[in-house]
Design a protein around this ligand. Sequence first.
Ligand code: 13P
Length: 267
Amino acid sequence: MVNEFEIKKQICDIGKRIYDRGMVAANDGNISVKISDNEFLCTPTGVSKGFMTPEYICKVDANGNVIQANAGFKPSSEIKMHMRVYRERPDVKSVVHAHPMYATAFAIAGIPLTQPIMPEAVIALGCVPIAEYGTPSTEEIPDAVEKHLQYFDAVLLENHGALAYSDSLLNAYHKMESVEFYAQLLFLSRQLGGPKELSDAQVKRLYEIRRQFGLPGKHPANLCPNAKDGKPSCHGCGGNCTCGKDGGDDKALVAEITKRVLEAMGK
Ligand code: 13P
């Protein structure tokens, strides 16, 4: 039996941690936790996540409809994004969205985190792709994020921020911390003349260690078509592990050519 009040307190604690670490400004960011197949606790919209108390936390169903919310509180405007993650990833029990400084800078510059520069990032994340820009609160962000959900446990949101998810609230938060630390190190090492990347063989050994540890979640070590092709890492995908899947690139190219031919024919 889940103790809802306890989980609400934990959400407040993680909100404070995110705020105190400067991973969000003002009222930014949102957090949710799955408590049953059709019940989720989530942060309310428009409040500082650094100063929440348990009565702020709302309860919604799998469609994001309110089950319970105290007067003056409505669920996060990004609840659709959270619900899409839960729908596509039954293993996920918590979703954290934030705007950490360095990760968001990469998301704004349109640069995915794909350089293998330190063992922890390679083991925990592999790489972090960018989901194409979408208008907040619409289905555009969930649609953009969905493409990456089966390959990664964290994505950058273009011109917006970052999203991380895992099998517990603490692990989802830790993913977010790892994304930001990775982005920060990548940024700083680029200022110092560019990182010395781990070799393909070193990455392959780290992927092997991840497999041996049996770490939960999705990771390109297990799923990237590149890795399955015998290439040791997903890093050649530019952070997009869907490349090459079912001839995905070819299909997209054929669709684009067909569209342009039809346009040229005035259809
Ligand atoms: P909410 O306060 O509605 O959760 O939105 C914050 C945010 O960061 C939107 O991207």
